[in-house]
Design a protein around this ligand. Sequence first.
Ligand SMILES: Nc1ncnc2c1ncn2[C@@H]1O[C@H](COP(=O)(O)OP(=O)(O)OP(=O)(O)O)[C@@H](O)[C@H]1O
Ligand SMILES: [Mg+2]
Length: 253
Amino acid sequence: MTNALLKTEKLCKTFSNGGVQQHVLKNLDITLIEGDFTIIMGSSGSGKSTLLYALSGMDKPTLGTIHFGAKNISELNNDKLAKFRRNNCGFVFQQVHLLDNMSILDNVLASGMLSSQSKRTLVDKAKKLLKQVGLNEESWRKFPSQLSGGEAQRAGIVRALINDPKIVFADEPTGALNSASSDSVLDVLTKVNNNGQSIVMVTHDMKTAMRGNRILYLHDGVMRGDLNLGAYDPSRNAQRLERLKGFLTEMGW
Ligand SMILES: Nc1ncnc2c1ncn2[C@@H]1O[C@H](COP(=O)(O)OP(=O)(O)OP(=O)(O)O)[C@@H](O)[C@H]1O
Ligand SMILES: [Mg+2]
């Protein structure tokens, strides 16, 4: 049984640049499935980030609808949309943007303060999650500038997870990292997904895309392809990589 998590109908996003209309997302009908690790690929400027912002309620579509379960989130006013995001979504970006004047632990706690969790619950959960991503007590007390890029990104993932989101949206989360740090961050995201949380991740990188079980290919604001890659399984990586390569070649990547 597969359950729809997010469903768009005729989703459009148009920007007006100096009086010129740019149609960035064009009539997208997408159904994201609960528990999936969905990857969005496509060339630069194809609309991937714009799509991620629309799906996550960070930005409103110009036309069309987005349903989260039975709720039409495209109809919500800004306050309700912010509440929807707080209760259901986590965000991981290429640049982590932790607050410089706060410790790592406080950065995570700050993101949890707007939820209804008690301080005690939050602190316990933050510490547990930080440990799970391989950040020890010594790191909790550090300031963001004292962490490596990979450590900071793992802290960023904990910040995204503190309110138990149903979906984690990630826009090129490993784009600024070296290969080893990138692997450590992807391992964390794989664990998050194995825990049952859905992930939607934009990437330009094939190795990163291999973490997903479904690849959507966006071309000039239109969904050109949709590949069911099967769940991430390092023992079948060679086969999956061949399938992904074949798909991307077909897509004109
Ligand atoms: N706020 C905005 N105002 C005007 N135009 C925008 C805005 N956001 C995005 N665009 C335009 O929409 C198009 C798609 O941008 P988007 O950031 O979604 O691309 P992308 O696929 O994420 O690219 P990249 O791989 O380079 O990150 C671009 O031409 C961009 O200039
Ligand atoms: Mg982008």
